[in-house]
Design a protein around this ligand. Structure first.
Ligand code: UTP
Length: 485
């Protein structure tokens, strides 16, 4: 049963937040119920701790005597013994049905400015296929290859849960079985002003934000996802972010390295192009494994050092691709009170004393978040970090144009697929500077790797005189919307 007004007010008063119910007399019954539900869901003990430790006092910045690069396994190549052994181990785990996929898709996609779930973004420049459809196609490919069912755990947030489910239903789950796609919701956490007071987004709603991708850890346990996985014999999860179009979703080599090292959580890394690139860095800090965020670079000048050729010494950028063991998620959950929280100074819409909603022009408060890579400090083994070829695994979509954008991702994917077509003997039209003239898409159900593409390509003859989208069966797909590359 929902808490009563008196209980809510007492709870707020005990934590110095009674102003939250100041419009109570003006609310109708439905609005009152909504506000009580919002208040009931607040973990006041946690929130008060965050306010005291992150807002009312400036936390002492972390300091490390010694920051060293992590050891990185070079990109797996066929014929290299460790890579072959990892592939064999990963493939065996897939055939045995031990591997699931896990995506975090609860973010707000503010920079991209999309109104719906980011995973629904129509990334395909020709077909308009969404990020979700591409990821699903890769799961289908893996299932066909290894004769397994890989459950897909999809983390959503309050703001996009219903829309995301509806999107999957409208698209018949992109060919997956409906019961293998399992949605779970991350928690929300209240935002506060610069003095640590909770804000109202509307007179009957708290201002809140999803608790960061690190919220996947408690949500996996509390929503019964870890239990769901274990019941099905799934003990390994391939973790990714919904906005990385190029990634493999499940990579047998990576799963294999994780298993061969008896790892709890493993990571992929990409080679940074320059020291000031906007990515976190995998490193060892006084012997503990950390990812240091790019916003912290200036506090750690060692991370800006380069070799004689000007290349970053700490090159292991974090593309946010991991493999986690289900037991490890449960272990971190048991120690979740030690999990670090971060604050972000943001513009937060709020209701002022007059009851009007204000959209501030500059940051006026704090959002609190946790990051999944902070789970790495809980591992009890040497880091397992596998380097990726960036252009085939990392095209994050944060903005519409510029770096890490829709525009860049479409250009990089087209270039990548053009190389496959050229390797299969096609003359891909290019301009005088070598840029591919027309967009290209290749369905991941048809081919996820160049080798797979080349094995199948000689049964087809594709036209090369305009945009080309190759479908799941190798057919030419209908042009729905052509975006330039
Ligand atoms: P980002 O930090 O890039 O955030 O998330 P975002 O929401 O996509 O975009 P901005 O910052 O508002 O512009 C990286 C990944 O983590 C997920 C996102 O959905 C994305 O896949 N994420 C982020 C969550 O699932 N929950 C969160 O609370 C935050």
């Amino acid at each position: 049963m929902m808490i009563t007004y008196t209980e809510a007010r007492d709870r707020l008063r005990r934590h110095g937040q009674e102003h939250i119910v100041r419009f109570w007399d003006q609310l109708n019954d439905t609005e009152r119920a909504t506000l009580l539900t919002d208040i009931e869901q607040v973990d006041f003990e946690l929130l008060t701790g965050l306010i005291n430790e992150l807002v009312l006092t400036e936390p002492a910045p972390e300091y490390f005597d010694c920051i060293e690069p992590v050891d990185v396994i070079p990109p797996p190549e066929p014929g290299r013994p460790d890579a072959d052994e990892a592939l064999e181990a990963g493939e065996a785990a897939l055939r045995a049905g031990r591997v699931g996929a896990m995506v975090v898709a609860g973010g707000q996609g503010t920079r991209l400015g999309c109104s719906g779930p980011k995973g629904a973004y129509p990334i395909g420049p020709i077909t308009g296929k969404s990020l979700f459809e591409y990821h699903a196609g890769k799961i289908l490919n893996i299932q066909d290859r290894y004769g397994c069912v890989a459950p897909w755990y999809i983390m959503v947030s309050e703001a996009n849960h219903a829309e995301t489910r509806q999107f999957f239903e409208e698209h018949d789950y992109f060919g997956l079985e409906p019961d293998q796609t399992v949605f779970f919701q991350q928690a929300m956490v209240p935002c506060v002003d610069e003095a640590g007071f909770m804000l109202l987004d509307q007179r009957h709603r708290l201002a809140r934000n999803p608790n960061g991708h690190g919220g996947a850890i408690p949500a996996m346990v509390e929503s019964g996802i870890c239990g769901h996985a274990k019941e099905r014999g799934i003990d390994i999860l391939s973790y990714f972010q919904v906005d990385n179009w190029a990634l493999n979703v499940i990579d047998p080599h990576f799963v294999g390295y994780h298993l061969l090292h008896g790892a709890e959580m493993s990571s992929k890394a990409h080679r940074k192009r320059k020291v000031r690139e906007n990515v976190g860095i995998h490193c060892m800090c006084d012997g503990e494994y950390r990812v240091i965020e790019y916003s912290e670079l200036d506090r750690f000048p060692q991370l800006l050092e380069t070799d004689a050729g000007g290349n970053p010494l700490h090159f292991a950028g974090n593309p946010a691709i991991h493999v986690l063991s289900v037991d490890f998620i449960e272990k971190v959950y048991r120690n979740y009170r030690e999990f670090p929280w971060h604050k972000a100074h943001k513009k937060i819409a709020y209701v002022n004393e007059a009851g009007e909603r204000v959209l501030p022009q500059s940051p006026n408060g704090y959002k609190f978040e946790t990051f999944v890579f902070d789970a790495l400090r809980f591992i009890r083994h040497d880091p397992v970090v596998v380097e990726i070829h960036r252009k085939n695994e990392y095209t994050p979509i944060k903005e519409l144009a510029g770096s890490n954008s829709v525009e860049e991702a479409r250009r990089l994917r087209t270039q990548w697929w053009a190389e496959w077509l050229e390797a299969a003997g096609y003359a891909v039209p290019r301009d005088k500077d070598g840029r591919v003239l027309y967009p290209i898409e290749i369905s991941p159900r048809f081919a996820m790797t160049k080798d797979e593409f080349l094995r199948k390509a000689n049964s087809f003859s594709w036209p090369m005189d305009g945009p080309l989208a190759i479908g799941p069966e190798g057919e030419v797909e209908t042009v729905r919307a052509v975006q330039s590359v």
